[in-house]
Design a protein around this ligand. Structure first.
Ligand SMILES: [Zn+2]
Length: 415
């Protein structure tokens, strides 16, 4: 059977999907948009994940049946035996979890077997000069043993040329520079319930002070053994990490009536809709695709820094160029901003001549469509965001800052 026809039989494995009908379930990482359907009452089958995810899972879902978790060591190939739903014969599945360098515990999965070779990235960042990516690449090459990837399921969150941002090391320094240049200000930084720990740690070490986090976040820091740099005591620090949804224009304005405060939003997204005034000039600036300034002052109190845990366009390109899959599919399709990787990268696929027909024409049409949609969506989604912000704000007040999953990590969903 040719590589192009090979696919894994349905009913064998699910990755970040939690419905009925699979023999093995694989979790890439614990961001909310990857655990929808998973709960403390999980009983559908064995769940495979990294050791860090297993630890975090039991705090996220306190009554989870731990006997259903099977921990896979990152970088190590393991054999999983399954049974073909159609023929009943044994299926030998080789699985290698590989560091995704996204958030704590995040892995990509490389599957190999009679069905061929399938790579699922989950969410990933491919900073090729970073030693973790160098290690991941070596693990890939060793595990592949010369075989090619038949199907790549790819994190295409930023699969458009307009998404260009610096390494996280550079972006971290930008955040520190902002804080240092505002010595008399309190600082709030918008984060999710998991992720961006390296950024916060870097800030804490550079400034020589602890960072405030909310109590549930401190529990996570304890689990990750990072708690010595964090506190829930506001009197110890002027830097606070707060849930991303609570970092709004309204919050900053109201905090500034008590004390000078700046807000910093670390995110790969170039848009600035959250903080901009509704003036035509502001709308034009927010939708300017050529504006790749990584550090932007959005508002008199608010800064955006392009610190992203997802790969930017050039990193996705480098990833595909390295592995040259036969086919690729984007994992994100829920937003009009998310582009099928075929449109830009089909020429890098193995056997690309077979399916590269008219992609060039299609790409230029797509670029225009993308620009129009950004402009159109900016206005209507800004309205949606305002109403969401109001609703979440109300819920938050009621729950005194307890975790609310809405908008978490789904950078592509909350524009
Ligand atoms: Zn994620």
């Amino acid at each position: 059977m040719g590589a192009r026809e090979r696919e894994m039989e349905k009913g064998l494995v699910s990755i970040d999907r939690w419905g009925d009908g699979s023999q093995a379930y694989f979790l890439t990482h614990l961001h909310t948009d990857h655990t929808s359907g998973l709960s403390s009452k999980w009983s559908r089958g064995t769940l495979f994940c990294s050791a860090t995810s297993a630890e975090l899972l039991s705090t996220k879902f306190p009554d989870f049946d731990l006997s259903l978790i099977r921990v896979l060591e990152v970088g190590v190939t393991q054999l999983v035996l399954l049974r073909s739903p159609s023929s009943g014969s044994e299926v030998r599945l080789l699985v290698t979890p590989i560091d995704a360098h996204h958030c704590p515990g995040a892995v990509m999965y490389l599957f190999r077997g009679e069905f061929g070779c399938v790579l699922h990235t989950g969410d990933f960042r491919w900073e090729i000069m970073n030693e973790r990516a160098v290690m991941a690449k070596k693990t890939f090459m060793d595990a592949l043993e010369g075989s090619k990837i038949d199907i790549l399921y790819l994190d295409n969150t930023y699969c458009h040329p307009s998404f260009s941002f610096p390494t996280r090391e550079v972006a971290s320094q930008q955040v520190i520079d902002i804080i240092n240049s505002n010595p008399d200000h309190e600082v709030i930084i918008g984060i999710d319930t998991l992720g961006k720990e390296d950024l916060l740690l870097h800030i804490s070490q550079a400034l020589g002070m602890k960072i405030w986090v909310w109590p549930e976040r401190l529990k996570t820091m304890h689990l990750l053994k990072l708690n010595s740099n964090f506190t829930t005591n506001t009197s110890l620090t002027r830097v606070r990490a707060v849930p991303r949804y609570s970092l709004t224009h309204e919050t900053l304005s109201s905090l500034n009536t008590f004390h000078p405060t700046i807000g910093i939003l670390p995110s790969g997204l170039p848009w600035r809709s959250k903080f901009l005034e509704k003036t035509p000039a502001a709308v034009a600036a927010a939708t300017n695709l050529n504006d790749k300034t990584p550090l932007t002052k959005l508002h008199q109190y608010a800064f955006s820094v392009q610190y992203s845990d997802h790969s930017c366009f050039s990193e996705i390109q480098e990833f595909i160029r390295t592995f040259r899959p036969s086919k690729a599919a984007g994992l994100v399709s829920s937003s009009s901003y998310c582009i099928n990787p075929r449109y830009y990268f089909s020429h890098l696929y193995e056997n690309h001549h077979i399916r590269d027909v008219s992609c060039k024409d299609f790409r230029s049409k797509l670029d225009r469509k993308f620009e129009y949609e950004q402009r159109d969506n900016f206005v209507c989604k800004r309205e949606k965001l305002s109403s969401l912000g109001g609703r979440v704000g109300a819920i938050r007040k009621g729950k005194l800052g307890a975790k609310i999953a809405e908008g978490e990590e789904s950078e592509h969903l909350i524009l």
